[in-house]
Write a protein that binds this ligand. Sequence first.
Ligand SMILES: [Zn+2]
Ligand SMILES: [Zn+2]
Length: 122
Amino acid sequence: MKSRQIILAVVGIGILGVAGWLAVRGWRSGPDTKDFPDGIAWLCTDAGCGEAFVVTLDGMSDYFLAHPDHQAMPCPRCGGLNTVRAVRCPDCGRYYPRALLRTSGTGCPYCAEARSASEPLQ
Ligand SMILES: [Zn+2]
Ligand SMILES: [Zn+2]
């Protein structure tokens, strides 16, 4: 009985150690610096604007340091704060909300729209 408890304790410590190591590794590499060497893409979700813009990591950190209560970059076109992180479609070059990339594998709503429009209606 005692040796079993020791084994459980060792396994538990091992799992904690691996989890901690992964957390440190993930934090060190950073989620964005590798994927976006030129900066972070943002998209204005304001109806009638829809401006896409790219902000450098330095520019973002400067802005969020100056505005710690803000969660998003202001739109350079309309000045609104209704902006979301965006990704650039490798096919059509347009920007779309990053949230779409996570939910649907292929992502780009513009390409999906073009595809469905070119398909003959049944
Ligand atoms: Zn805007
Ligand atoms: Zn596209």
